[in-house]
Design a protein. Structure first.
Length: 255
């Protein structure tokens, strides 16, 4: 069932989103050459704790997962697309890193992701990150009253195709509110004019995941969580929680 949020609920989600933004900023600040991925998780965890927020990632176990997720961030490096578990891997010069984080505050949830490079960037990685950001911007711009979920999906896929990038077909965005994952599903591939109609008060997490090799296939690591490109090409993932409003889309996960 799709829940339409009141303006009061959206304001509460904005506060949760602010915590997410600060946690992502802390994780990124910790991401220097030589830093372990678990140190990025610790930085984000400190922000959540100090804000009095709970992590919706920690302990989360969907049907596909063999174990509950053991961290407050997903940390995906280079050919990892999403859901990377932050462990003892030390960041290297030129790594492409995607960090996904959520926060639950006073019963409401925010969810966002960033992608960035560590040390000396590869030009191709910067282009991939830019294309992913453009896909997210296009998806957000399509999140207007009167449009449909398919319009968001079509906007995202148009940018991805123009950049000759693939996207994992089974994964996309989602409704969000009292829980991290709510209806409706927000695919990154779709036809305009199709799907759930967008109304004032609908809250969505929009999250394009672009794979530089151009293929949509992916593989899953033995940990049961980490998704990787099938061809070893690099991936980027950028996400915001937004609200559909009569005044246009409102991003809830800004600082």
């Amino acid at each position: 069932m799709v829940e339409i949020k009141t303006d009061t609920a959206l304001e509460a989600m904005r506060e949760a989103g602010r915590v997410v933004a600060h946690a992502l900023a802390a994780a990124r600040a910790a991401a220097s050459v030589g830093a372990r991925l678990r140190e990025l998780d610790e930085a984000a965890r400190t922000v959540l704790t100090e804000a009095g927020a709970r992590s919706p990632f920690l302990g989360y176990r969907p049907a596909f997962a063999p174990i509950p997720f053991p961290a407050v961030i997903c940390a995906s490096v280079n050919d990892a697309v999403v859901h990377g578990i932050p462990g003892d891997y030390r960041l290297r010069d030129g790594d492409l890193v995607s960090i996904d984080c959520g926060a639950e505050l006073d019963g409401w949830t925010g969810d966002a992701a960033i992608s960035f490079t560590v040390g000396t960037p590869r030009p191709a990685d910067l282009e991939l990150i830019a294309a992913t950001r453009q896909a997210l911007d296009a998806g957000i711009a399509a999140a207007t009253v009167g449009n449909r979920i398919g319009d968001i999906a079509h906007a995202i896929s148009t940018v991805a195709r123009r950049a000759a990038c693939g996207m994992p077909a089974d994964f996309g965005g989602h409704g969000i509110g009292r829980r991290m994952h709510e209806d409706p599903h927000v695919p990154n591939h779709g036809r305009p004019g199709r799907g759930f109609p967008l109304r004032h008060g609908l809250a969505l997490a929009i999250e394009p995941m672009l794979m530089a090799g151009g293929r949509n296939e992916y593989r899953t690591d033995p940990d049961g969580w980490t998704l990787r490109t099938i061809d070893g090409s690099r991936a980027a993932h950028i996400e915001h929680t937004i609200a559909v409003t009569e005044d246009g889309p409102r991003i809830l996960t800004l600082p």
